[in-house]
Design a binder for this molecule. Structure first.
Ligand SMILES: Nc1ncnc2c1ncn2[C@@H]1O[C@H](COP(=O)(O)OP(=O)(O)OP(=O)(O)O)[C@@H](O)[C@H]1O
Ligand SMILES: [Mg+2]
Length: 283
């Protein structure tokens, strides 16, 4: 019988899906993931991008969801090319990136991303060079991952410097968030993980849910996760999705937008190591 570690190893792709350089470059790569689907990853990633860009932080959102590819839909944009076109050598990676708003750009990797797992070494070298260029251009790269725990999702998370795990206070979402933290602890014990509670009744519910979660990870995984914050249920979020115009643009004063702005302001705070270098460069 296969042991758990063996089964986990089977999940892992041979390399990072979006190759990192050995040379430390400027972009901070953040993967937004969740385990469970439909908890708000894409909504959070897009609106985080809008807030960062409004602060003059040049941001790229990588749409890492192969099947659903929701970033173009939720931003009301229609990409001309996809990642599949890069894989088929029709265009370069740079050519598929398009601007959304001010300092915010989108890489519509969606279709064909999974095929990257099977690419030969020569192509991976090419991708590494292309991503090096991206890391030089952008301050922050947000990777909106697919849901679940697959080699695709792990390949995307392995490409990041930091992970934001989005969950709701619902037990099934928390169970899936725990599963992803467990897998990450196995493969990347040093990777910093922050938890974001979406769809909460109030801040208190977010903090209490986090305290329970962290208690369990400390006890069973021997690791701490950090609290990124909590976002309320807000009916405007669905309205924004329906009109394909992100919440923070359409309803900047809504509960959700103000909550996320506060979280991002705290993060951009110069004392925060994730954003520290970006701030130093900006000021
Ligand atoms: N705080 C919130 N209040 C109300 N609705 C929300 C909130 N956050 C997300 N939603 C809604 O929940 C649904 C799922 O959101 P979203 O697509 O961002 O989740 P996801 O985790 O990216 O899903 P998937 O796993 O399918 O990629 C959308 O209809 C979105 O508008
Ligand atoms: Mg999504």
């Amino acid at each position: 019988m296969k042991d758990q570690a063996w089964q986990l190893r089977e999940l892992v792709p041979a390399y990072e899906l979006f190759p990192k350089s050995d040379i430390p470059l400027k972009a901070k790569r953040i993967a937004v993931t969740s385990g469970k689907g439909g908890v708000g990853k894409t909504t959070v990633a897009i609106n985080m991008g809008i807030i960062l860009a409004a602060e003059g932080i040049k941001t790229l959102i990588i749409d890492g969801d192969v099947n659903l590819s929701n970033v173009p839909i939720l931003t009301g944009t229609a990409p001309e090319f996809h990642f599949a076109d890069v894989l088929q050598r029709r265009v370069s990676l740079m050519e598929i990136i398009y601007p959304f708003k001010n300092d915010l750009f989108i890489l519509p990797s969606g279709l064909g991303t999974m095929d990257l797992v099977d690419q030969e070494e020569k192509f991976i070298d090419y991708m590494r060079r292309e991503f090096m260029e991206l890391d030089e251009i952008f301050d922050v790269i947000l990777i909106d991952t697919a849901s679940g725990i697959s080699s695709l999702v792990l390949g995307e998370i392995f490409s990041a410097d930091e992970v934001f795990v989005v969950t709701t206070p619902e037990p099934s979402a928390i169970g899936d968030a725990y599963a992803i933290v467990k897998v990450l602890t196995f493969f990347m014990p040093g990777l910093s993980v922050r938890l974001l509670f979406n769809w909460v009744k109030n801040e208190k519910q977010g903090k209490e849910s986090f305290a329970k979660f962290n208690g369990i990870t400390e006890k069973f995984l021997g690791r701490e996760v950090r609290y990124l914050g909590a976002l309320p249920f807000d009916e405007n979020v669905r309205k924004a999705a329906m009109s394909q115009m992100p919440q923070c643009i359409q309803y900047p004063r809504s509960k959700f937008s103000r909550g996320l702005k506060q979280i991002m302001v705290n993060l951009i705070d110069s004392k925060n190591e994730l954003m520290y270098e970006i701030n130093v460069r900006k000021n």
